[in-house]
Design a protein around this ligand. Structure first.
Ligand code: FES
Ligand SMILES: [Fe+2]
Length: 349
């Protein structure tokens, strides 16, 4: 078993770095993803690059250095590395008669993609097969700016973060509040699911009639929820030609820390006006999840066996099955076969 499997991290997949506005021209940002320290920077010409954020000399982080032409300069002794190839270009301390082969020194580079104002990095399992097998997520409509953007750290492994994200039954307990749910208003739910790319979709339906928050939207909203590995959930609420798009991304930092990021995009005027309130609700909502996950660690610390029941935890079972299939098909170099079968799931929430 490789280290990657032990930590439950997925490779040969795209991870979310952040929105375009977070990385300014000529600036760099450090980001640890799946146990790998990365530096993501923007060249003067506007394009994005990513390298391992550890200098091969004495391990200082490039992210605290600077970008000079097409290289990053380490803040410790000024070694410079090409941002495309990762190859060492300069070692300032070398005298003219010392012939160290600096082109043999290099730092790993990563493929990045910037589209729809979102930045992605591709983490391959094996550098020799660094060619992406899939493309990162595209927004369904063109919008420039997120109206809400909130992130926090969940103190758990990526698997618990994802299962929490797609768990339909905790709402009335964890998110008990007048504008969302209460155990007294719990109702039967029947939802139809289908396989979708590297995940599954809950086909378009009218959102929960027992949620005050949805009532605010007015009209006749229809929502479609999609989940995809490594940890990506979108909810697209459509009212006529207008859309409110909620994107939730969980990204593993290390074995016990996961970042959750909640972003909303919309072309609905009413939501833009209400965005300060929505920002407050979002923060509260995510912190409720972060708190229950923290409590859950009290049990997880003793490594218990856990139960996944039908149908409330069927999505969690699918998540594990999809991950396994992704690892298997990558290892064997064959096509991905989505293990999810179209079905109806029932639960009360
Ligand atoms: S640690 Fe980077 S140049 Fe020495
Ligand atoms: Fe939640």
């Amino acid at each position: 078993m490789t280290e990657t499997h032990e930590n439950n991290f997925l490779f040969n997949t795209w991870y979310f770095i952040g929105t375009s506005s977070e990385i300014h021209l000529g600036k760099m940002k450090r980001k640890v993803i799946a146990g790998q320290p990365l530096v993501v920077g923007r060249r003067k010409n506007g394009s994005i690059f990513a390298l391992r954020d550890t200098c091969p000399h004495r391990a200082a982080p490039f992210s605290k250095g600077c970008i000079i032409k097409n290289t990053v300069e380490c803040p410790y002794h000024g070694w410079r590395f090409d941002v495309d190839s990762g190859i060492c270009k300069t070692i300032p301390s070398l005298t003219s008669d010392q012939n160290l082969k600096i082109e043999r020194i290099s730092v790993p580079t990563y493929i990045t993609k910037e589209q729809d104002n979102l930045i992605w990095v591709y983490l391959a399992n094996n550098r020799s097969t660094n060619k992406p097998r899939i493309q990162p997520y595209r927004l369904p409509f063109s919008t420039k700016k997120a109206i809400i953007d909130y992130s926090c750290i969940l103190e758990c492994n990526i698997d618990h973060a994802v299962i929490g994200l797609i768990d339909p039954a905790h709402g009335p307990y964890v998110h008990q509040q007048w504008w969302w749910r209460s155990p007294k208003k719990i109702k039967d739910k029947i939802k139809y699911f289908e396989p979708y790319l590297l995940g599954f979709t809950m086909k378009p339906h009218s959102p929960s009639s027992n949620s005050f928050a949805y009532k605010l939207l007015g009209g006749n909203p229809v929502t479609e929820i999609i989940f995809q590995i490594p940890g990506f959930r979108t909810e697209e609420i459509k009212i006529g030609k207008k859309t409110l798009l909620s994107i939730t991304i969980v990204t593993p930092i290390n074995a016990n820390k996961t970042e959750i990021r909640q972003i909303f995009f919309t072309n609905l005027r009413i939501i833009k006006i209400l965005s300060p309130i929505l920002q407050m609700f979002t923060k509260k909502f995510i912190q409720q999840d972060a708190n229950i996950i923290k409590l859950q660690q009290m049990g997880l610390a003793y490594n218990p066996k856990m139960m996944l029941i039908d149908d409330a935890n069927t999505q969690a079972k699918w998540y594990y099955a999809i991950k396994k299939e992704w690892n298997d098909c990558n290892e064997l170099g064959r096509k991905f076969k989505n293990p999810v079968k179209a079905t109806t799931l029932k639960w009360r929430t």
